[in-house]
Ligand binder design. Structure first.
Ligand SMILES: [Fe+2]
Ligand SMILES: [Fe+2]
Length: 193
């Protein structure tokens, strides 16, 4: 039986490649949905927006990587909370979903996949890593965009499916993310004094 691993604080450089890889795979899945759902236009645009934002996360992490490479001392001790179990599960999920998407999925199933993926803690890890850039405003904006995306996802589920359970899950994600933003803003205010 596999032993359950607790989340650990690990140096950012150790998990950066993994995070970039998972963000890229998420982007690929959303791009597959752009092609799979050309109509109605608002659904296509939704998937295109989701793919673009994952591309933005890849870009942001590449920036973090550059900062670490140019100023290794400053970031030597910067650690993030990393849960190997979460990452392993998400990797397996993305692999299975990319395969399933190639076979063709319904719009409802695609939304369900997005809820599953956005519910994983990958985006929290990404937001944590952005702290290396030391721009609280940039980081808050990234979180606000995540909330905006989840709002769109919930709207899509409501408009294009009759799946109440999925809608509830999508709405819960928004609430969780909002709670996280408030907590972070409190910490930032305290730091600024
Ligand atoms: Fe992302
Ligand atoms: Fe995402």
């Amino acid at each position: 039986m596999a032993t359950r691993q607790r989340p650990k604080r690990v140096p950012i450089r150790e998990v950066l490649k993994t995070a970039i890889d998972l963000e890229q795979k998420t982007m690929e899945l959303y791009v597959a949905f752009v092609h799979a759902f050309p109509r109605p236009e608002e659904v296509r645009n939704f998937w295109f927006g989701m793919a673009r934002h994952e591309a933005g996360h890849v870009g942001a992490l590449t920036l973090v990587d550059a900062i670490i490479k140019t100023d290794p001392e400053r970031v030597e001790d910067t650690r993030v909370l990393f849960d190997q179990g979460t990452i392993t599960r998400l990797r397996a999920l993305l692999r299975a979903y990319l395969r399933e998407a190639q076979q063709g999925v319904t719009a409802e199933r695609a939304f369900e996949m997005a809820v599953d993926i956005e519910a994983s803690e990958l985006e929290d890890l990404v937001v944590d890593m952005l702290s290396v850039v030391r721009s609280a405003r940039w980081r808050e904006r990234a979180v606000q965009m995540l909330i905006h995306d989840l709002g769109d996802l919930s709207y899509m589920v409501e408009r294009h499916t009759k799946n109440e359970d999925l809608l509830r899950r999508a709405d819960e994600l928004i609430e969780q993310r909002r709670g996280g933003l408030k907590a972070r803003a409190r910490v930032a205010r305290r730091r600024r004094g």
